[in-house]
Design a protein around this ligand. Structure first.
Ligand code: DAH
Length: 365
């Protein structure tokens, strides 16, 4: 406890000049210094010998109350004792400083002869990298990335996309139906069966309802079909859907985006071509073909995906007026893109997860 002013004066007045105590404390201090080996110890000794509660401090305070002739002598004595202590302290402080520095350096020494940790590094799967590249392409055009759920209502996967109730794609041989309850969807839709989405097109009407128009989105993600795994099929694969809905969009806009995507994925000479086809959710619809200079000789047109102008019925499913809005959409398979681009011959390589396969793609990341 800190004494108040009056108490402090009393303490000062009651301080005595005890020469023996001071020189004893200094001698003891110097003795301890000899055996000290750390800065911490030195600091503690210093506090004991010349700190605020030390005999030295007491004596210094008491000097004032000594008779004149004694005062000078006492001052000299304290000065000498302080100097003795200071010399011993200073010398030891230097020594301990050097010692501690050496200890630190030794602790930080790196042993260059130790064996390295032979933990093999993994490699990102080329498909993950491709998905990111595709997302980057759309984001660079100012589009949004949208991700719908993998367990989806049959309504979003089929009905809202103008698939009739008897459309063959709904049959059990294509679609994984999910047992159990009917859907209670985020957008408020109740009463549809649940499926594992068979296409990322299932995100079209969901995005139109939740995000509104004008809408420019890409929906990359996993889709599911009851296919056996073989060299060209896998029951779980990836697609990227693109959907633009706005006023005055035409097929020329669609073609422009497709060519730009072909170049981004397959190099500056790549281009796209449309062939008339049919999809329930686009009208007109087209097969999307891709051309790019093939390393193995003979460039050719290869089927890459599907596309078209959004069917008015789909716009109506989302509550939009097809007189006011038009749109285009396309979907490409990601595994297919990778097989084509990197000349991979077997789907097994893509799904087996052998790190030696992935490592071949690490360069140029
Ligand atoms: N969803 C289709 C499929 O999985 C691909 C597709 C075709 C997407 C035409 C589209 C489109 O957006 O317009 O086979």
């Amino acid at each position: 406890m800190i004494p108040n002013t009056t108490e402090r004066v009393l303490v000062a007045q009651s301080a005595v000049f005890d020469e023996q105590a001071v020189s004893g404390a200094v001698a003891a201090g110097i003795e301890k210094i000899t055996n000290a080996s750390s800065m911490e110890e030195l600091k503690a000794i210093k506090t004991q010998v010349i700190g605020a509660d030390s005999a030295m401090a007491q004596a210094s305070k008491a000097i004032g109350s000594l008779p004149g002739d004694k005062r000078k002598e006492a001052g000299k004595l304290l000065g000498r004792l302080r100097a003795d202590f200071g010399r011993a302290f200073g010398a030891k402080e230097k020594e301990v400083g050097r010692l501690e520095e050496r200890r630190e350096l030794e602790a930080e020494t790196v042993d260059m002869t130790l064996p390295i940790r032979r933990k093999p590094l993994g490699a990102r799967h080329p498909l993950s990298k491709l998905m990111e590249d595709v997302e980057d392409f759309f984001v660079s055009m100012g589009w949004q990335i949208s991700q719908g759920p993998e367990v989806e209502t049959e309504w979003y996967d089929f009905d809202a996309l103008n698939f009739g109730p008897d459309h063959p794609a709904r049959q059990m041989q294509d679609t994984f139906y999910v047992k159990g309850n009917q859907a209670r969807d985020a957008a408020g839709f109740v009463g549809s069966n649940m499926v594992m989405r068979t296409q990322t097109s299932s995100d079209q009407v969901r995005a139109l309802i939740t995000r509104g128009v004008p809408l420019y989105i890409a929906s990359p993600g996993r889709v599911f079909r009851t296919d056996e795994l073989d060299a060209t099929h896998t029951p779980v694969f990836h697609q990227c859907e693109a959907l633009a809905v706005d006023r005055n969009l035409t097929m020329a806009d669609l073609k422009g985006v497709l060519d730009a995507l072909a170049v981004a994925m397959f190099g500056p000479e790549a281009k796209s071509r449309l062939r008339p086809s049919y999809f329930p959710f686009t009208e007109p619809s087209a097969e999307l073909d891709l051309w790019f200079p093939d390393k193995k000789g003979g460039p050719g047109w290869i089927e890459w995906g599907g596309c078209g102008m959004v069917n008015p019925n789909v716009l109506e499913s989302a509550g939009l007026d097809p007189q006011t809005y038009t749109g285009f959409a396309f979907g490409v398979g990601m595994e297919r893109t990778l097989l084509l681009r990197d000349d991979i011959n077997d789907m097994h390589d893509l799904v087996e997860g052998d790190v030696r396969f992935s490592k071949q793609f690490v360069m140029g990341e």
